[in-house]
Structure formats: structure tokens, C-alpha cells
Design a protein around this ligand. Structure first.
Ligand code: KG4
Ligand code: ZN
Length: 332
């Protein structure tokens, strides 16, 4: 089954084509990073207007990259939510128009389920068999930090979530405090790479007895540190911040994995592109750790096409009444 997936929930306009939930034929991303960088963050109106310009050329480019025609596409999938409403609307309406014009079925997908299913794409598997259930998935993006028990395809139970900022949001805010620009995650990773062992230590919010997270106190601690007369250099603060976030994410994920007898740990979302998180999770986990290649961790259309295949197998269908759902719920 050949699925064309569209992702426009935030600032990346992604179109992917995937066979049977795994074989990636095309992954086109029209990035808006440069457009938003001058504002220091994503400007919703600018994002949706840019999606309007790039969505159809991205679809055409994906078809060309996959060397496929509309006749060979079996399903159009699109991120229905959550996300910025103006951005979601462009993707959802493009998907609906294409499904109508090409007489193809349509399926709305949850953005976070897409991130999780990036772990089933061939480029993530690297020749290994697909993940075994039950697994514990750490979904860390700009808008979410969720720890989820996945018992089977499409069966999720949320174990914990952030109580304030998402991990990616914390990276972006701290990068701004450090004057490192947008997006913050890659910028912090880059400057922290030169630091062997940070000379300062930043606090960790453990929220003992829960699988929840909190990152707003850490952000405040960074601010206090920078306001001090003897403030350490930016790269020291960046490295200490990254170390603190990674320590908490890894420790709490592994406690949950053990408590629920997880066969594997899955990493998903933009922050899963972080090299320290990938390395420390692998070093400390007693069970196998799956993590997609960095370009499939950040927003893309292939993960939506991948997740849609499993949703379709389970009998899910959408129709032309599909609407953008900015607050769409996932696991509960
Ligand atoms: O999943 P994603 O592309 O979009 C959302 O769904 O939000 O995640 C974007 C987030 C941003 O906050 C960005 O700073 C963060 O992922 N990110 C990283 C890295 N690459 C992207 N955070 C830490 N290290 C990275 N290498
Ligand atoms: Zn995302």
C-alpha cells in the first residue's frame, strides 16, 4: 500500500511517500527555519502563508522523487492535529482537495503518532526487525514531552507528561537566553559539543513517584546563572543545561520501561535528534533503544504516511468532513 503523507502542523512543510508503513520512497521538506529565525520563533501567520506557497510544489517533488504517479498512490494521509490551526488547515485542505480530485481515500493522523511511527520506517530500522511490544516511547518535541506505553499498534497509555514547558521549548527558550538563535536545540547541541565536562551543574526536577516532567525551573535557573556577576560562558551553560535535560529524560524513561516490562525503548520527536540524548539513552538502557535518523525525528511527511498505514490496517477512515484539530488528543 503506497501512502502519500502531508505534514504542516508547525513550520515545516513535509510530504513523504511510503510503501507499507516502512519503505520510504520520498521525503520532501520545505523548511521555514530561515523565514522564522529573524523573529526568534515561529510566527503562525507567516507559517501558514508559506505552507500555502510550498505545499503543492512539495507534493509534486515527492511524486518525482518517488518516481511514482497518482495512479500508484493508494491513500492520502495528513496531520489533522495537534498544532497551529492556520498551518494545519493548509495541509488538511490540500489533502482533501487532492483526495477529491484524484478520487483517493483520506486519513487524518495524529502528529505524535506520526513521530512514534518514524521508528518503523526502513531508514530507522537499518535492517533490524520492527520494534517489539510492549515498548515505552519518549516523545520529545517543541510542543510535547510525553512518556507513553505502547502495548500494540495503535494502543497507547500515557504514563507521564510535562507539567509546564516541553523539552524542545526549553531548548528554544534557553538558546534565546544565551543568544544562540532559533531553533534552539541544534544551536545548543553545537556549542555544547566543545565542552568535555561542564564546570557548572544545573538542577533536575525529578517529580519523584511520577513519570511527569518539568523544565520551567531549569530555565529560571539558567536565567539566574546568567544574571550573576561571574556568569559562566554560554557554552558552559548550554552544556550544563543539555546534561540536565538529558539526565532527567533518560532516567525517567528507563524507570518507566522497567516498571512496565518494556521490551524496547523508542525515542521520537525533534529533540530525539539530540546527539547526547541518543548516546546516553543507548548507554544506560538495558533494553534495545530505537531512534530514527535525525532528519526523521524532526517534522516530516513520511512519518505521517507510515503511521497512516497502521491506522488504515486497523480500519480507521476519514472523509471530506475532516477538519484541523489544533488540540487533538492522543494517549490518555
Ligand atoms: O518535532 P519537532 O520537529 O516539531 C514539533 O512537533 O514541535 O520538534 C522541534 C523541536 C524544537 O524545539 C527544536 O529546538 C528541537 O525539536 N530540536 C532539538 C534538536 N533538533 C531539534 N533539540 C535538541 N537537540 C537537537 N539536535
Ligand atoms: Zn513534531
Amino acid at each position: 500500500m503506497r501512502v502519500l503523507g502531508i505534514e504542516t502542523s508547525c513550520d515545516e512543510c513535509g510530504v513523504g511517500i511510503v510503501d507499507d508503513g516502512g519503505r520510504v520512497l520520498a521525503n520532501v521538506i520545505a523548511s521555514q527555519v530561515e523565514l522564522h529565525a529573524r523573529y526568534g520563533g515561529v510566527v503562525p501567520e507567516v507559517a501558514s502563508r508559506q505552507h500555502l506557497r510550498t505545499i503543492l510544489p512539495a507534493v509534486e517533488e515527492a511524486l518525482a522523487q518517488a518516481d511514482t504517479t497518482w495512479r500508484e498512490i493508494d491513500l492520502i494521509a495528513v496531520t489533522a492535529g495537534p498544532g497551529l490551526v492556520g498551518s494545519l488547515l493548509v495541509g488538511v485542505n490540500a489533502a482533501k482537495a487532492l483526495a477529491y480530485a484524484r478520487d483517493l481515500p483520506l486519513l487524518g493522523v495524529h502528529h505524535l503518532e506520526g513521530h512514534v511511527y518514524a521508528n518503523w520506517l526502513d531508514q530507522a530500522l537499518g535492517g533490524e526487525p520492527p520494534p517489539r511490544f510492549p515498548c515505552v516511547a519518549l516523545i520529545v518535541s517543541g510542543g510535547h514531552t510525553d512518556l507513553v506505553l505502547m502495548e500494540d499498534h495503535g494502543r497507547y497509555r500515557r504514563l507521564g507528561r510535562t507539567r509546564d514547558d516541553a523539552a524542545g521549548e526549553a531548548f528554544d527558550k534557553v538558546a534565546r537566553l544565551l543568544g544562540l538563535g532559533f531553533p534552539g536545540g541544534p544551536a545548543i547541541q553545537r556549542v555544547a559539543e566543545g565542552v568535555q565536562q561542564p564546570a557548572v551543574s544545573l538542577p533536575r526536577a525529578w517529580l519523584q513517584g511520577t513519570a511527569d516532567f518539568s523544565f520551567s525551573g531549569l530555565k529560571t535557573a539558567v536565567l539566574r546563572l546568567l544574571e550573576a556577576p561571574d556568569a559562566p560562558p554560554a557554552e558552559q551553560v548550554a552544556a550544563a543545561f543539555q546534561e540536565s535535560v538529558v539526565d532527567v529524560l533518560v532516567s525517567k524513561t528507563l524507570v518507566a520501561a522497567e516498571a512496565h516490562g518494556a521490551a524496547e525503548v523508542l525515542l521520537a520527536g525533534g529533540v530525539a535528534a539530540n546527539s547526547l540524548l541518543r548516546r546516553v539513552m543507548r548507554e544506560r538502557s538495558p533494553v534495545p533503544v530505537r531512534v530514527p535518523p535525525p532528519k526523521l525525528c524532526t517534522d516530516n511527511g513520511t512519518m505521517i504516511a507510515g503511521a497512516a498505514f497502521y491506522r488504515w490496517q486497523a480500519g480507521d477512515r476519514s472523509d471530506l468532513s475532516l477538519d484541523a484539530q489544533p488540540g487533538m488528543k492522543f494517549a490518555s
